[in-house]
Design a protein around this ligand. Structure first.
Ligand code: AP5
Ligand code: MG
Length: 219
């Protein structure tokens, strides 16, 4: 399997689809947001910086991202393909990623874009709930994604929590950052003819089917 990059605004479904692709094709799902949420638990200067930045909805400094990503992509399980969810996030990161790919003798692969309107994203942001034990993701604003018992994980019985950046104020910042910094990446990758667009407002199953069709035709 070739490498895959998901590019999409906050709450578009990058994590949801990455998990499904990872399970089907047995390749690792690398979410820079998830990696940073682990870093922000650390009682250190960098932990505090990451917590503050994520909560405000801005981007973490590029240099921190490069160190995290190059280390992760160099690991053994990435040799046969991987899914990048959340990196690169601006043109500088994309240029750096090209250098990292060359150093690791890897190819760009597919760039999958989930397209979706702002109103639907805001609804998904405010409704997202995550299990603090097993990280399963729910959504109380989406009927099919609601937990059976309020605030309790269906899978392990753990307590559900809301991310510190899942509120409308932080969402406005995150969405602006997406439009200004991340969306220009589409032009960057379009030149290489590797961009595949999928309507992200459809159901999880329909989107996943579309993604597998893209991957299997392009393999
Ligand atoms: P990150 O964690 O990547 O956040 P994000 O890009 O804002 O995306 P989300 O995780 O919010 O959404 P998602 O697209 O994964 O959607 P999900 O599948 O969960 O980054 C967080 C922060 O980290 C950034 O703001 C930044 O500060 C920092 N950061 C990360 N990478 C960085 C980088 N490279 N450089 C610098 N800083 C970086 O779905 C959302 C909800 O909708 C869920 O509840 C789900 O159940 C539901 N849902 C999903 N699909 C559907 C569907 N089709 N229909 C209905 N509901 C659905
Ligand atoms: Mg995510």
């Amino acid at each position: 399997m070739k490498n895959i990059i998901f590019i999409a605004p906050p709450a578009a479904g990058k994590g949801t689809q990455s998990n499904l692709v990872a399970e089907k094709y047995h390749i690792p799902h690398i979410s820079t947001g998830d990696i940073l949420r682990e870093v922000m638990k650390e009682d250190s200067e960098i932990g505090e910086y990451v917590l503050e930045t994520i909560t405000g909805g801005g981007l973490v400094k590029d240099e921190i991202m490069y160190t995290l990503i190059e280390k992760r992509l160099g690991e053994e399980d990435c040799k046969n393909g991987y899914i990048l969810d959340g990196f690169p996030r601006n043109v500088e990161q994309a240029e750096k990623y090209d250098e990292i790919l060359a150093r690791l003798h890897q190819e760009l692969g597919y760039v999958i874009v989930l397209e979706i309107d702002e109103k639907t994203l805001a609804r998904r942001i405010t409704g997202r709930r995550i299990c603090e034990d097993c990280n399963a993701v729910y959504n109380i604003n989406v009927e099919s994604e609601t937990p059976e018992v309020e605030s309790i994980c269906d899978l392990c019985g753990g307590k559900l929590y809301q991310r510190s950046d899942d509120n409308l104020e932080a969402f406005q910042n995150r969405y602006q950052v997406y439009l200004e910094k991340t969306k220009p990446l589409l032009d960057y990758y379009e030149k290489e003819g590797k961009v595949f667009r999928v309507d992200g407002s459809q159901s999880i199953e329909v989107i996943f089917k579309k993604i597998t069709e893209i991957l299997e035709e392009a393999i």
